[in-house]
Write a protein that binds this ligand. Structure first.
Ligand code: ZN
Length: 337
């Protein structure tokens, strides 16, 4: 169990708390709820002094088991700083966050813990390099060019995003887009290079270490502090945007789905402090399911620097936008910070 001297810690940081009152449960103290913000005129966030679990009386969504998450919100600091202040180190597994998920996924719930922990995912033999394979994969390069990348850029995209070409097998005629998390290959999706019903074919949940819908495509873009994080819908949107926007301090990840899973919202909470602003990008074509959901919007409202944006008029998604349009779009966002 995580043992934290909350009273001493809050005293040191100058955070006001109360030890008794009508809303303070025995064994708890209560603070102003940082997620309610101004809406909480009192002390509605209870903190259990024994197990550090916390919860808000005003809003049932404002609760968790991770002291780090609470400290991030209370002190408006990033994950690492909050962990240090709590006196925890690298070995701390955040019970509410990405680390917990990674821990569960990588360590598993069954008896083969050791085997699963060391589980690695490898590309099958039929996945070949697009740019320098044994055979020339011109149809894959042609596809990237049709997506708007000049050939020199297409080669760079393949290198940066570690694309592969599936020449035979289940993923035949798809560009393989791998998902890495902290250097570890966790899954992939295959984008069809010809017209087909199923544009993206994901590696199965069973075969994945972490399935696409439980993480972000281009997750590593979230790991370093930067100006803006954009959350797009499709992996190719993230590639097209991130490839041109990164140098302007704007990074882009994708959901791989048109709604947002719980794991993805937790992950977003965890990485949001790395950015001045996090913007959910709504496709002009199919306004994203994520924001239609009231519950999801409420969940995301706990992220202080979240916002929503559409694309410039005339574009359905990032995939349609040429380099100069993406750069203009990103510069406007950065200038508006
Ligand atoms: Zn609250």
């Amino acid at each position: 169990m995580i043992s934290i001297n909350w009273k001493r810690l809050l005293d040191q940081k100058g955070v006001e708390y109360i030890e008794r009152g009508s809303s303070v449960v025995k064994g708890n103290i209560a603070v102003h709820c940082p997620f309610c913000g101004n809406a909480d005129g009192g002390h509605h966030m209870g903190i259990n002094l024994t197990n550090s679990y916390w919860g808000c009386w005003r809003n049932r969504q404002h609760r968790g088991k991770s002291p780090v998450r609470l400290l991030m919100a209370l002190l408006k600091i990033n994950y690492e700083s909050a962990r240090d202040i709590a006196g925890l180190d690298d070995s701390f597994v955040d019970p509410d966050g990405y680390e917990a998920m990674k821990h569960n996924m990588f360590q598993s719930h069954d008896n083969d813990a050791v085997e699963k922990e060391n589980k690695t995912l490898e590309f099958p033999k039929e996945f070949e390099a697009i740019t320098h394979g044994r055979i020339r994969h011109s149809r894959f390069m042609n596809y990237l060019e049709r997506r708007g990348f000049p050939r020199s850029h297409a080669e760079e995209v393949c290198r940066v995003f570690k694309f592969k070409a599936a020449v035979t097998g289940t993923f035949k005629d798809r560009v393989i887009m791998p998902y890495y998390m902290d250097g570890k290959l966790v899954t992939w999706t295959g984008r069809a290079i010809a017209e087909t019903q199923m544009r993206y074919m994901d590696l199965s949940i069973e075969e994945s270490i972490i399935p696409p819908k439980n993480t972000f495509y281009n997750f590593n873009a979230t790991r370093r502090p930067n100006k803006v994080l954009l959350v797009a819908e499709g992996p190719f949107d993230a590639v097209t945007c991130d490839f041109y926007s990164a140098e302007y301090g704007v990074r882009c990840v994708a959901l791989s789905t048109n709604s947002m899973t719980d794991d993805q919202t937790y992950m977003l909470e965890e990485v949001a402090p790395n950015f001045e602003q996090v913007l959910i990008v709504m496709d002009n074509a199919s306004s994203l399911g994520i924001v239609d959901s009231f519950r999801m919007k409420e969940r995301l409202s706990t992220i202080k620097n979240i916002g929503y944006t559409g694309l410039p008029r005339g574009y359905k998604d990032f995939g349609e936008m040429p380099e100069n349009a993406i750069v203009k779009f990103c510069k406007e966002i950065v200038n508006g910070l």
